[in-house]
Ligand binder design. Structure first.
Ligand code: FES
Length: 272
C-alpha cells in the first residue's frame, strides 16, 4: 500500500491556531487558580501567628516542629522556638515543613501538565502555536529534577497521618467556663477532617504510587494484593485532577478558617 504524506492546514507562530473554541479559558483559569494559591500560601506561611485555635491547627503549620517565638500552641513537637536559631531565619514554623507538600505538588504529573501550559505556554493548548521552538523535555536539567516526585511521595504519605491526627485532635475543645477539655464536633473539626480526606484522595491517587503498588515493572503485578491495590489507586487516579484542585482549595480554606477563628473574626460553631 502506498503511503502519501498529508499536510494539515495549520497556523504557525505564538498563540496562533485555527481552533474556533475558547481554548484559552482553561489555561487562564489554571493560571489564576494556582497564582492565587501560591500568593496566599506564601503570605500565610510567613505570618508565624494565628495558626491555631484551641485544639485546631492550620494544615500549613502541621506538623509544628517548634512554635513561633513567644507562642505556645500546644501542638509543637520540640517545644518553643530554639534559642540557637539564627536571627535571619523567619520566625514561622510553617517554613520548616511546607517545602514537603509544596514540592510534592510542584512535581505532580497533573500539576506539571497544568502549569507547563498555563505559566509558560509549553504548549498552551493542543494545536495552538508555542512562543518557542525548542523542546526541553524532562530528560535534562533542570526538568529532570521533576522525577524526584516519586521520593516526595513517601513524605506526602506521612503527611496524611499527621493531618488525620490533627483532625482527630479537633474533636476536643476547651470549655471556656470550666477550663476542662471536652469531646465535641465543631465546624473546624469538619473542616480539618475534610482536609485530611481530600489530601488522602489526592495522594493515594498519585501516578508514582500506582506504579509502586502495581509491581514496579512495565506490567501489572500478578500478586492478588498487587492487582487489588493497583485497581484502588487507579480508581482514585482517574479523578486525580479533581482531587488535586479540591485538596488545594480546601487546604487553603482550612488555614483561612483556623486563622479567622484565631483572630476572633469568626466563631467556631459547635454542633455538639
Ligand atoms: Fe500527582 Fe503524584 S502524580 S501526586
Amino acid at each position: 500500500m502506498t503511503r502519501m504524506p498529508v499536510s494539515l492546514p495549520q497556523q504557525t507562530g505564538a498563540f496562533k491556531t485555527m481552533r474556533r473554541d475558547a481554548w484559552y479559558v482553561q489555561p487562564v483559569a489554571v493560571f489564576l487558580g494556582l497564582l492565587f494559591f501560591v500568593v496566599y500560601s506564601t503570605w500565610a506561611a510567613f505570618q508565624g501567628e494565628y495558626y491555631f485555635h484551641d485544639h485546631y491547627l492550620s494544615p500549613f503549620y502541621a506538623p509544628t516542629l517548634w512554635d513561633a517565638p513567644g507562642v505556645d500552641s500546644g501542638h509543637s513537637w520540640f517545644g518553643p522556638w530554639p534559642t540557637w536559631m539564627p536571627a535571619w531565619v523567619p520566625a514561622s514554623p510553617a517554613l520548616f515543613i511546607l517545602w514537603a507538600p509544596g514540592l510534592f505538588r510542584f512535581t505532580c504529573y497533573y500539576y506539571r501538565g497544568a502549569y507547563y501550559k498555563s505559566f509558560w505556554a509549553d504548549p498552551v493548548s493542543c494545536s495552538v502555536g508555542e512562543p518557542r521552538k525548542s523542546y526541553w523535555g524532562e530528560r535534562w536539567f533542570p526538568l529532570i529534577l521533576q522525577n524526584l516526585h516519586r521520593y516526595f511521595l513517601y513524605v506526602a504519605l506521612l503527611f496524611i497521618f499527621i493531618l488525620s491526627y490533627d483532625a482527630f485532635l479537633g474533636l476536643w475543645h476547651t470549655n471556656e467556663a470550666t477550663g476542662e477539655t471536652e469531646f465535641g464536633v465543631g465546624i473546624g473539626t469538619i473542616v480539618l477532617t475534610v482536609n485530611a480526606i481530600l489530601l488522602a484522595g489526592y495522594t493515594l491517587g498519585c501516578h508514582s504510587l500506582r506504579h509502586l503498588v502495581g509491581g514496579k515493572c512495565d506490567s501489572v503485578s500478578n500478586a492478588p494484593m498487587g492487582k487489588k491495590t493497583y485497581d484502588c489507586v487507579s480508581c482514585l487516579n482517574s479523578r486525580h485532577m479533581l482531587f488535586a484542585w479540591m485538596s488545594l482549595f480546601w487546604v487553603g480554606f482550612a488555614d483561612f478558617y483556623v486563622r479567622m477563628c484565631a483572630m476572633g473574626v469568626w466563631t467556631d460553631w459547635r454542633l455538639f
